[in-house]
Design a protein around this ligand. Structure first.
Ligand SMILES: [Zn+2]
Length: 264
């Protein structure tokens, strides 16, 4: 698959002797977690994996070359059972996904690394990454971090309805792929669907509310899209990639430089 990761940041391009020589006290490993799952009629099933690689790669290009940050090959398959039933969705169970992260954590520890960040671009993995970041800290003493998608970057061009309830194959994801991999976007196939409206008074909502209901995509979005891709432009995509990369780079540097909170 296409990669935007600079070659000198790819841990997998090194020999074991080169990895042995890395100063582990001053290094950060990135373990990307993403998904292979349906993204409507207009985006490829690799969307979350492509976006992960793109934002991480662009962020790493902003980081000073002397900063010792390496990325592992991604865990491309995630927990995507909300999208089961749509051809092409390849999902791991929660138990398998967590076992993969646990075993990779054991290997990261055995390789001598001390700091690792789970960098995630699929919502279905969020809760599991959070659990595993803490479990890897507890079991192996790794200093673990979690980093999500755009790392808090703001996109004021997106309207409030889309910003709140456009969260899958939405304007943002479509614009980013229009900018990065336009050949993989099918603008004549756009569909739009909102699972809720921001001014709706209902107490129970699918996301972003104190009281939620667990949803499957087929219950709420027949085409697989949650949001409206139609306003997406490549120009916005370029801008949003840059804004995200800046925030991801800042977060990675903060993790690299993070010192233990409790001093003896
Ligand atoms: Zn996605």
């Amino acid at each position: 698959m296409h990669t935007w990761i600079p070659p000198q940041r790819q841990l997998a391009y090194l020999t074991w002797k080169q990895i042995e020589a890395i100063d582990k006290d001053r290094s950060l490993l990135v373990l990307p977690t993403a998904a292979i799952e349906q993204h409507g009629h207009h985006l490829p099933i690799a969307t979350d994996t492509l976006i992960n690689n793109l934002l991480l790669g662009q962020a790493l290009k902003l980081i000073p070359s002397e900063a010792s940050i390496y990325t592992l090959p991604p865990v491309c398959y995630g927990k995507s059972n909300e999208h089961i039933g749509f051809p092409g969705t390849m999902s791991l169970s929660a138990a398998t996904f967590m076992a993969v992260l646990r075993d990779l954590g054991a290997s990261i520890h055995a390789s001598g690394f001390k700091k690792v960040v789970l960098y995630n671009t699929h919502g279905g993995n969020t809760a599991l990454d959070d659990v595993m970041a803490r479990d890897l800290r507890a079991e192996f003493g790794l200093r673990t971090f979690y980093l999500s998608g755009s790392a808090g970057a703001k996109f004021p061009e997106i309207c409030p309805q889309e910003a709140t309830y456009g969260f899958h194959a939405n304007e943002w994801e479509t614009a980013v792929l229009l900018a990065a991999t336009p050949d993989l976007v099918h603008p004549t196939e756009y569909t739009s669907n909102y699972v809720a409206h921001i001014d709706e008074p209902s107490v129970l909502k699918p996301e972003f509310a104190p009281a939620t209901f667990a949803w499957l995509t087929r219950d709420i979005a027949p085409s697989g899209v949650m949001g409206d891709p139609r306003p997406a432009t490549a120009e916005n995509g370029v801008q949003w990639i840059a804004a995200s990369a800046q925030k991801v780079a800042e977060a990675l540097m903060a993790m690299l430089e993070f010192e233990e909170i409790v001093k003896s």
